[in-house]
Design a protein around this ligand. Structure first.
Ligand SMILES: O=C(CO)COP(=O)(O)O
Length: 266
């Protein structure tokens, strides 16, 4: 879908910490990140910066951000598809909302692979997020084998189609296109590859949720994003930010990614 620069959505730079940084480390990290971005005079009206700590860090991150008015957003890495009941170990959307989470990641490829989350479960989690006023970051992406046998977009298109089925009209959500072969491999997709899948995903959103949703929904790229390749992705018309793993654990590197507009023009 062609988008003029004026209609570009506010970029979202999101750091998925995965199973890293305990609650004490998360406090130090968020302080340093906020100071670094404020020092660099990042204009927070032009970019949203969010971190996704482990559940046990959320209270610490919430308290710090609220107390110091840091303009940093945060979310959780997963939630339960259930709202309450006998589901040992699960965390509900209501619990996350009560900690001021804005976002929650659903369907990360690591959860699909290691926790056997199906497209239907991911859809049900996305719906649970919306039910509780959270913005789901719906992750989709093909494995190396999918890429070889079915091309880049077939699996992400299928995954997103199912995830959107149970969402109400007007739902606010983010999509993250993360090719599994690019995650943690140091081998990022090219900006052209990311754009080509992102454009297909935008068509899926348009088909399922209508043209307004397609125009306003942010589609992120994830997989070996670093400060030296971020700007090339953000130049693509349908790529509206990044979901960053490894590089989001190093404060200076993540701050540099968040400041992509200053080090290379887009
Ligand atoms: O999985 C990712 C973010 O969710 C990407 O991880 P890397 O940035 O480490 O490749």
């Amino acid at each position: 879908m062609a988008v003029t620069p004026e209609s570009k959505r506010t970029p979202l730079i999101a750091g998925n910490w995965k199973l890293n940084l305990n609650h004490l480390q998360s406090i130090a990290f968020v302080q340093k990140l906020a100071w670094s971005l404020q020092d660099a005079r990042l204009d927070f009206r032009t970019v949203d910066v969010a971190v996704f700590p482990p559940f046990t860090d959320l209270r610490s991150v919430q308290s710090l951000i609220a107390a110091d008015h840091f303009p940093i957003l945060f979310g959780a890495q997963d939630l339960s598809e259930h709202d309450s009941g006998a589901y040992t170990g699960e965390i509900s959307g209501a619990f996350l909302k009560a900690l001021d989470c804005r976002f929650v990641i659903v369907g990360h490829s690591e959860r699909r692979a290691y926790h056997h989350e199906t497209d239907a479960i991911v859809g049900s989690k996305a719906a649970a997020a919306i039910r509780h006023g959270l913005v789901p970051v719906i992750c989709v992406g093909e494995t190396a084998e999918d890429l070889e046998t079915r091309g880049a977009s077939a699996v992400p298109v299928e995954q997103l189609g199912v995830a959107l089925e149970g969402l109400p009209e007007g739902a606010d959500f983010v999509v993250a296109y993360e090719p599994v072969w690019a995650i943690g491999s140091g081998r990022a997709a090219t900006p052209e590859q990311a754009e080509s899948v992102a454009a297909r995903l935008r068509e899926v959103i348009e088909g399922a949720m209508g043209p307004d949703a397609a125009a306003r929904t942010r589609i992120l790229y994830g997989g070996s994003v670093k400060s030296d390749n971020i700007a090339s992705f953000l130049r693509e018309p349908d790529v509206d930010g990044a979901l960053v793993g490894g590089a989001s654990l190093v404060v200076e590197e993540f701050a540099k990614i968040a400041r992509f507009q200053s080090h290379v023009g887009v």
